[in-house]
Design a protein around this ligand. Structure first.
Ligand SMILES: C[S@@+](CC[C@H](N)C(=O)[O-])C[C@H]1O[C@@H](n2cnc3c(N)ncnc32)[C@H](O)[C@@H]1O
Length: 124
């Protein structure tokens, strides 16, 4: 009996140059593995789309992005709470980009997440 295709998980981020639209092609080339490393991770479309494994490494030189991933891993409830109900507007995008001064890594992650999701076609 053939295996039912799994619903692919989307990256939470929008990324220029992301591999979102190439996911199925790339996943078809992945061998079985129990360790996974994605350098130049960005939105890590392949990491999110593929089956989860025991050991996972995401690497990116963007410290704000890596902080955001760490906060999502370790503090997801707080991230959700911090972002819940905040509308996507140009005014708030300007505020988070230019005026908001995060005082800890959770606030840095919330700022980064908001800016990522309200850039690159996030605001209509
Ligand atoms: C096009 S994005 C990757 C998109 C990703 N593959 C996806 O599917 O969403 C390229 C990423 O490489 C990172 N990067 C560029 N130069 C790097 C370097 N020298 N070391 C680590 N990361 C780097 C950037 O910060 C950026 O997040």
């Amino acid at each position: 009996m053939s295996k039912k295709p799994r619903k692919l998980t989307n990256s939470p981020f929008r990324y220029p140059g992301g591999k979102f639209y190439a996911r199925k092609l790339i996943l078809a080339c992945l061998p079985e593995h129990n360790k996974y490393c994605e350098p130049f991770a960005g939105g890590a479309s392949i990491f999110f789309a593929k089956e989860n494994v025991e050991h996972n490494i995401l690497n990116d030189k963007d410290e704000s992005l890596m902080n955001c991933y760490q906060q999502i891993r370790d503090n997801v409830e707080q991230i959700i709470k911090g972002l819940e109900g905040i509308p996507a507007t140009k005014e708030l995008h300007f505020y988070y980009k230019n005026q908001f001064n995060p005082s800890n890594n959770l606030e840095r992650a919330i700022r980064w997440y908001y800016l990522n999701r309200t850039s690159y076609s996030g605001i209509r």
